[in-house]
Design a protein. Structure first.
Ligand code: PLP
Length: 388
């Protein structure tokens, strides 16, 4: 294969099990597999998360919910939304639970007249989706609970700064904790949930009934430092190959715009991955790749389909040799966190940015993964409430 992302589903499974070990017995895991499982493949990631002990899954769009059901995934499923009239029915068809934060959202559900499990979202300080006013959010809970076809399934919020010490985090947690106590008093069966990966790892007070880790299940550090800090294993490796190797004489250049010129004689390798595959163009003359177990600089302009790599004078690497863009090679490790730091971004953007042209090959500690099960027939329980 020209370029490939190899994903170890056993690592995802173990990461979820480790995360489950960090929460109390009363707390369940909702594994977040939006955006094609952060680039890891949503269906295999979901299956691995469930095998590791997750009892819920979350996605953002109705189409993502459908894709999980088509892939044979039958766990409780939350669509974080927002959903509009044109995609709300699809989410319910998939037997997913949905989120509302204003009267309009509840009215949309009431108009549909279909059974639905509903979570009410408080904006405790993120400033994006969610109901800002706690009293209004509580009234929405009452309204959902009282509606003929609707069930108040959960009450939630989302943190803006759980990944860094910050006053806002404490503030958000306090606001949610107070509101959640009111919700619990009036609606004891509603599932309370707030924590993303960072909050899960940093603060047990954020755990409530359910935690929603995304990045951590893939073995990536929500603090963008090092997954080993949290005893997590990265599931994804990203490889390509050298397509050509040639000597470069002083003054000769590599790639568009001649942005690399050899100061002395060296060897340049051309590797088969470019920005269309997710190798960001900003890695031009700043990125790193592993070749033959050594760290080598990305040299010259990252183009659509290839990159140059300075292999050093007298290099013995050959066309066909493996190039690691993220992962291990011998004793060397190039993490998604490191690539992200080079780019001034976060690891999330690195794995989500691996392009659709890159095949995802799933394995279980190196062994082939059995074929997917049949699609789940949602007709029987479409929009219906399910046991917790
Ligand atoms: C994406 C998302 C998460 C997961 O966040 P991570 O930082 O990846 O753990 C949790 N909750 C909501 C509402 C999200 O949108």
């Amino acid at each position: 294969m020209r370029v490939v992302a190899r994903i170890n589903v056993a690592a995802i499974e173990r990461n979820v099990t480790r995360l489950l070990g960090r929460v109390g017995p009363g707390t369940a895991i909702c594994a977040v597999v939006k955006a094609d499982g952060y680039g890891h493949g949503a269906v295999p990631a979901a299956r691995a998360a469930v095998a590791g002990g997750a009892t819920w899954l979350a996605v953002v769009t109705a189409a993502e919910a459908t894709a999980l059901r088509d892939g044979g995934i039958d766990a409780r499923l939350l669509v974080l939304g927002p959903l509009r009239d044109d995609d709300l029915p699809e989410a319910l068809d998939a037997g997913a639970e949905v989120v509302v934060w204003d009267a309009e959202g509840v009215e949309r559900l009431e108009r549909l007249g279909r059974p639905a499990d509903v979570h009410v979202k408080l904006d405790s300080g993120m400033g994006r989706l969610g109901q800002r006013d706690a009293d209004e959010a509580l009234a929405l809970c009452d309204r959902v609970a009282a509606a003929a076809h609707l069930r108040l399934s959960g009450a939630m919020t989302h943190f803006a700064t759980a990944d860094a010490p910050d006053d806002l985090y404490a503030d958000q947690l306090a606001r949610f904790t107070a509101w959640a106590a009111d919700v619990r008093r009036r609606h004891p069966s509603a599932v309370l949930h707030a924590a993303n990966s960072a909050a899960l790892l940093r603060d047990p007070a954020s755990h409530f009934d359910l935690v929603r880790p995304g990045i951590a299940i893939y073995g990536l550090d929500p603090m963008n430092h090092d997954a080993a800090d949290h005893d997590l294993e990265p599931a994804l490796e990203w490889h390509t190959r050298l397509a050509a190797v040639k000597p470069l004489l002083p003054g000769e250049s590599v790639g568009y715009g001649r942005r690399f010129r050899a100061a002395e004689e060296t060897t340049v390798g051309t590797a088969s991955a470019g920005y269309a595959d997710g190798v960001r163009r900003a890695l031009t003359n700043t990125g790193t790749a592993l070749v033959g177990g050594r760290r080598r600089p990305i040299t010259g302009t990252v183009s659509m389909d290839s990159i140059g790599i300075d292999l050093g004078p007298g290099a013995t690497d050959r066309a066909g040799d493996r190039v690691v863009l993220v992962g291990r090679d011998g004793d060397e490790h190039l993490s998604a966190e490191e690539v992200a730091r080079t780019l001034g971004t976060i690891n999330y953007e690195i794995t989500c940015g691996i392009g659709p042209r890159v095949p995802r090959v799933h394995h279980r500690d190196g062994a082939p993964v059995p074929a997917a099960g049949p699609p789940v027939d949602r007709a029987a329980r479409s929009g219906g409430t399910t046991a917790r």
